[in-house]
Design a protein around this ligand. Structure first.
Ligand SMILES: Cc1ncc(C[n+]2csc(CCOP(=O)(O)OP(=O)(O)O)c2C)c(N)n1
Ligand SMILES: [Mg+2]
Length: 392
């Protein structure tokens, strides 16, 4: 056999291959929250399931309020997760110590891990308690404590990084894995291909989770690629791959749990392509009515809403009472508003943080710049609004 294609047989037929059978979409429940095959009934306690659902509602409430806050000019930028709330199912299937590499639309993962509303608000307000010390745009969250790497704006950088981190975990024998989230748009970057090939050839315990929400800002999926979604690319790299209904929280949960087992026990990458729909605008800098009809968006949010599906499942089991939603949403909104008001009042981080945390020891060139800024700030305190900033 040729060393470059060990399983290929000889053929006498002159034939080009451009497609194989489309990869199916794994589903556990239908759009009414009914489990389609009893063997797939999720193994969940009432409390666990209710906690996940409450987090879905809280994420929704937080998104509504912070989206409005940006519209009012109180924060500079925001991105919501409307339509993609079932992503929380993946977080619920992980070990809390598994390392997360996100793209930006994964606030639900942090919420599920216990990131507090106050921490979300402090980051979006870039105040003195922001863990990133005000050096990132809003929603670029990160938490060492929760094993969540800080979000980077340049797309797809997290994909090879996740392979590297997973490789380190394998070498250390931690029995943990990394999970790396990205959009189908980011999968057009070179880093996607480099990352997946590295993970496959080096045997890295990483779960690649592609959120295929149909759009990369204004570019619809139909214009982004000609192959069978992103899943077919995983097969191309020799990676165990599954496509799931990304609005079905239990399909996501089951697939992530199984993927984690493969990654950790066999030291292999896995690719999950979760099919969903971005109900929100891309970000607060986007107005999606310019490139898709409002009706399309309404249809999706009514016909296949991940929150409604989960609620129906809970109600079918008798684990959720009608009317509880309104109560939870009301208290979540009150909590968000309280955290929000407190975050808004705090000072901005001290200016010195601009120069820290890149080098172990600040090099002389940066020391000089730091001294220059300190001098300027002292000379023009009103212009630099020194009272808005913490001193240390
Ligand atoms: C390297 C790079 N190119 C372009 C951008 C601008 N940009 C930000 S988000 C985005 C679309 C990404 O779409 P997708 O990966 O599908 O994620 P989604 O927003 O749908 O969740 C683009 C083009 C960027 N941030 N980085
Ligand atoms: Mg997308």
């Amino acid at each position: 056999m040729f060393p470059g294609a060990l399983n290929s047989e000889y053929s006498h037929e002159l034939k080009f291959v451009s497609s194989v059978q489309s990869i199916p979409t794994y589903q556990v429940m239908d759009t009414d929250g009914k489990v389609l095959d009893v063997a797939n009934e999720p193994q969940m306690t009432r409390e666990e399931a209710r906690k996940i659902y409450k987090n879905m509602l809280t994420l929704n409430a937080m998104d509504q309020i912070l989206y409005e806050a940006q519209r009012q000019g109180r924060i500079s930028f925001y991105m919501t997760s409307f339509g993609e709330e079932a992503l929380l199912g993946s977080a619920a299937a992980l070990d809390p110590k598994d390392m997360v590499f996100g793209q930006y639309r994964e606030a639900g993962v942090l919420l599920q891990r216990g990131f507090t509303l106050t921490q979300f608000m402090n980051q979006c307000y870039s105040n003195e308690l922001d863990l990133g010390k005000g050096r990132q745009m809003p929603i670029h969250y990160g938490s060492r404590e929760l094993h969540f790497q800080t979000i980077s704006s340049p797309l797809a950088t997290q994909i090879p990084q996740a392979a590297g981190a997973a490789y380190a975990m394998r070498r250390e024998g931690t029995k943990l894995c990394t999970i790396c989230y990205f959009g189908e748009g980011a999968a057009s970057e070179g880093d996607f291909h480099a990352g997946l090939n590295m993970a496959a050839t080096l045997g890295c315990p990483v779960i690649y989770y592609c959120r295929n929400n149909g759009y990369a800002i204004s570019t619809p999926a139909i214009e982004q690629y000609r192959g069978d979604g992103i899943a077919s690319r995983g097969v191309g790299y020799g990676i165990d791959t599954i496509r799931v209904d990304g609005n079905d929280i239990w399909a996501i949960y089951a697939a992530t749990k199984a993927a984690r087992k493969i990654a950790v026990e066999q030291n292999k990458p896995v690719l999950i392509e979760a099919m969903t729909y971005r109900v929100s605008h891309h970000s607060t800098s986007d107005d999606s009515s310019a490139y898709r009809s409002k009706k399309e968006v309404e249809d999706w949010s009514k016909r296949d809403n991940p929150i409604a599906r989960m609620r129906s499942w809970l109600e079918n089991k008798g684990w959720w009472a009608k009317g509880e939603d309104a109560e939870i949403t009301k208290s979540a909104k009150a909590e968000v508003l309280a955290a929000f008001a407190a975050a808004e009042k705090l000072k901005r981080p001290a200016i010195k943080h601009l120069f820290e945390d890149v080098y172990d020891k600040i090099p002389p060139s940066l020391e000089r710049e730091k001294a220059e800024i300190e001098e300027l700030v002292k000379k023009y305190p009103d212009y630099y609004r020194v009272n808005d900033f913490a001193r240390s």
